[in-house]
Design a protein around this ligand. Sequence first.
Ligand SMILES: Nc1ncnc2c1ncn2[C@@H]1O[C@H](COP(=O)(O)OP(=O)(O)OP(=O)(O)O)[C@@H](O)[C@H]1O
Length: 483
Amino acid sequence: MSEAKLTEDEIIEQRRLRRRQILLKYQNVQQAGEKSTVTDNSVLQSKQPVIGSEEKQSLKRPERNEAQNDQTNAQQQPRDEGKSEPALKKAKTIVKEDDDDDEEEEEDDMFADTPTRKTKHRKEASSDVAVTRKFGVMEDVWDDLEGYYKVVLLEELDGRYVVQSNLGKGVFSSVVKVLDQKTGKLFAVKIIRNNETMYKAGLKEISIFERLKQADENNSQTIVHYERNFMHKHHLCMVFEMLSLNLRDILKKFGRGVGLNIKAVRVYAYQMFKALILLKKCNILHADIKPDNMLVNEKRNLVKICDLGSASDASENEITPYLVSRFYRAPEIILGIPYSFPIDIWSVACSIFELYTGHILFAGRSNNQMLKQMMECKGHFSHKVLKRGQFTNDHFDEHYNFISVEIDPITGREIRKPMNFVKPTNDLKSRVRETPTSTPQEGVIQNDLVLLLDRCLELNPEKRLTPEEALEQPFFKNASLFR
Ligand SMILES: Nc1ncnc2c1ncn2[C@@H]1O[C@H](COP(=O)(O)OP(=O)(O)OP(=O)(O)O)[C@@H](O)[C@H]1O
């Protein structure tokens, strides 16, 4: 419990730092005279964005710094700057909070370990959901200081989508629930921050969604369905099918610190590997798979991968030690080894572990400490792997002994401790088995889960299972025996 609490505090602190860094970064960019708004609305009038060859080159999502990569979905920040007291009060009373974290129904749920009676209570909708802003009064102040569009409740977007509520906020966008007056359906609109770099990253995300859509002839329903895009007050907006909670929220709501029911984990894990098969078919690396970026449908029996903002063609695998959110980052990224599809397998395996146990598998405070935790779990890296790493010297000495960079709890100074890992001290099996099973049948499924995770978490990416191979594992193959 206390470990989980610490991790949460850590995440909150990192989020705060990340936002400060972004703010500083964009203040600097603006000072340097860089254009910060997008004026060419015509670019996105058509369904297919027009992307020139030069633009294609620069369509890489701005690389996140370490703290950015630690963000989770629960990153709503107060957005009340500049609002008058009555306006805030009004927003509080009329806006329904869509994230129904603490509005629970009384039902037996497949995601719970044991049947529970849940409380039903509704919290006061928070004012950061939307602002009631009068048109014509602040017309020139659409954005907050960080370039997020200040969402206006009931505002019409693109002449058809009426804003209903706020759904979430990430580093690159805010996401709102809208009612499409043309079809009568609900959609989620991702409003990209008003900033040229983010606009370009948004265009890249669109081009990747288009590629996936074309390749997914059988409508596999494993990646969130992208509809179209438009511009609204200099913000690139992307329309998606409306989904429900992300897996971090599901874990918070139904996992109660101990994770989800193993059968629910199996359903979700199956769909995650299916999604990886589709991504691979299109030669795309997601590069930011984590529970926050997987959304379930209303019935919670389907999970779909969202946020392709960090995705790229597998050929664009530029070496960088900060790709992927740190807790879900594969060792080859940290070591600077050319990477490919196995990075997403690694992230999926970390996410599955977390769904089942309720704990983050590797929660290192730095890349160095991530490697340490990986070796505690899986043993030492082979010299063959270490030899290939551009950044191996940052973490290992010339004899490939690991150098753990830690903070001395007394002096607060950085200390470097040579370490050797002869065999795992905190292996996967014992960690998974910390989750108690209630029936012998569950014990068998749990063993199958260990086998699957172990092979998806091979330190050597070449030995890791492919998504196709993962689906052939007993964890899935024996599913018909244990329904
Ligand atoms: N189709 C959708 N249906 C419902 N909620 C959604 C949908 N798309 C996104 N959301 C919500 O909005 C949040 C942010 O979306 P997304 O991760 O795509 O934005 P981002 O700005 O790219 O975030 P990040 O900082 O993770 O890169 C999601 O975690 C989710 O809670």
